[in-house]
Design a protein around this ligand. Structure first.
Ligand code: SAH
Length: 197
C-alpha cells in the first residue's frame, strides 16, 4: 500500500494524531495535578483507560510503516477526506473541553479539592463532550486510514472505556454535586445534544 495517495492519507492521520496529543500535552502541563478529595475508579476504569492509550499504537505504526494492508477497506476518497474533517474537529472539541474543564479535569474518575461543576462551553449541550471527541477521533482515523484494524481497535477501545466509565462518572458527580448535577442532567444529552429540552 505504498502508492502516493496512500502516503498522503498516512500523513493526514499523523497530523490528526499529533494535534490530538499536542492538545492533551498542553493542557496536562497547564493544569498540573490538583489535590484530590476522592477517587472513584476501579481496576476496570484504569484498564479501559490503558486500552485506549494502547489502541493509539497501531495508529502510529500505520503512519510510519503501514504493516496492516490486509485490513484495508475500499471506500471512496471523498469519504476518507471526510475523516480528516472528523479528526480535526475531534482535536478542536478536545481542546474546547479541556479549556472549559480547566483544573477540574482528571484522566480518571476523581473529585478535586474545590471541584466546580462546569456547565459552560461544550458542557452546555452534552455532559460528556470529551468522550464525543474520542468517538469523532476514532471515526476520523477509521475513515482516513480506511483500515478496519487501525480504526476499529481504537473505536472498540473508546466504546469500552465509555461503557465502563459513564454510569460510574455520573454517579460520582451526582454524589458530589447532588441536585445541581441532577438538574444539569435533566437538560443535557450524554454525547449527543438533546434535540428537545
Ligand atoms: N466525561 C467528561 C469529562 C471527562 S474527564 C467529558 O467527556 O467531557 C473526567 C473527569 O472530569 C472526571 O473525573 C470528573 O471529575 C470531571 N468532570 C466530568 N464532568 C464534569 C463537569 N460537568 N464539571 C466538572 N468536572 C467534570
Amino acid at each position: 500500500m505504498n502508492n502516493p495517495s496512500e502516503v498522503v492519507f498516512r500523513v493526514a492521520v499523523g497530523v490528526v494524531v499529533v494535534t490530538w496529543f499536542a492538545v492533551r500535552g498542553y493542557f496536562q502541563k497547564k493544569v498540573g495535578s490538583s489535590e484530590k478529595i476522592s477517587s472513584h475508579h476501579g481496576r476496570r476504569e484504569k484498564r479501559s483507560y490503558m486500552l485506549v492509550s494502547v489502541s493509539f499504537l497501531p495508529i502510529l505504526l500505520y503512519v510510519f510503516t503501514s504493516p496492516f494492508s490486509f485490513a484495508h477497506i475500499a471506500i471512496p476518497s471523498w469519504l476518507r477526506w471526510a475523516g480528516l474533517i472528523s479528526g480535526l474537529s475531534a482535536s478542536g472539541l478536545f481542546a474546547w473541553t479541556h479549556f472549559a474543564l480547566g483544573k477540574n479535569w482528571s484522566g480518571l474518575l476523581e473529585i478535586a479539592k474545590d471541584h466546580e461543576l462546569v456547565t459552560g462551553g461544550p458542557y452546555r449541550f452534552v455532559r460528556h463532550p470529551m468522550y464525543s471527541a474520542f468517538f469523532l477521533m476514532g471515526i476520523g482515523v477509521l475513515l482516513l486510514s480506511s483500515n478496519w484494524l487501525v480504526g476499529g481497535l481504537n473505536l472498540t477501545a473508546v466504546t469500552a472505556m465509555y461503557l465502563v466509565r459513564v454510569a460510574d462518572e455520573e454517579a460520582m458527580m451526582l454524589g458530589h454535586f447532588g441536585q445541581s448535577y441532577q438538574t444539569y442532567m435533566d437538560h443535557t444529552g450524554r454525547v449527543f445534544p438533546r434535540l428537545r429540552t
